[in-house]
Design a protein around this ligand. Sequence first.
Ligand code: ADP
Ligand code: 5GP
Length: 189
Amino acid sequence: MGKGRLIVLTGPSGVGKGTLLRSLLQRHPDLYVSVSVTTRAPRAGEVDGQNYYFVTRPQFERMVAQGELLEWAEFAGNCYGTPRKAVEEKIQQGKWVILEIELDGARQIRKTFPSALRMFILPPSLSELENRIRGRAQDSEDAITRRLTHAREEVSAADEFDIQIVNDNFEEALGKIEVALFKPAAAIC
Ligand code: ADP
Ligand code: 5GP
């Protein structure tokens, strides 16, 4: 059995993290992507237990109080968190576990899991990011504004991460994530 590992993928909402992760999983089905808990309402097509565990705010607060979340944060008016148990179990089983989380959560993981590999996905530009969020056509105008305000703050923190990858050409970005994950450290530099 291999050695378990924690990998953090962060980047502004709409940059393409979910799409990149889906392709990554198709190519590397051994990876485990943590399913977060959120108080956000499901978007069209999102499935409970698959995209997120959708919970009420009181349920979320109970999970926080009982120490069930590895990290959590409030983002654009909703709460998001990583269930601790599944992640710890998978790492113990030798799995590579990916957390797709926003900046505050990534900062918490840096403190609690300093050995985690932390990657930041950048958009080619903020206007392209806005196009992608609008193209996804699943957020209200208010939610789009909040996501874009957050995006500026998040992008300016990209240097805090071990690796920065611009998701302009999709296949290239995916290839860079694979290099970061599977090539020996010396080959990345
Ligand atoms: P996130 O998970 O970061 O919020 P998504 O994966 O939902 O972002 O992607 C947002 C939108 O951007 C989707 O419509 C997706 O198809 C599109 N997208 C992702 N990567 C690219 C890319 N390299 N070029 C153009 N569009 C992209
Ligand atoms: P969305 O509402 O677009 O699905 O997600 C909004 C933001 O929340 C994204 O930046 C996403 O990475 C982040 N996010 C999703 N799950 C978690 C989580 O468990 N913890 C934290 N801190 N952020 C999360």
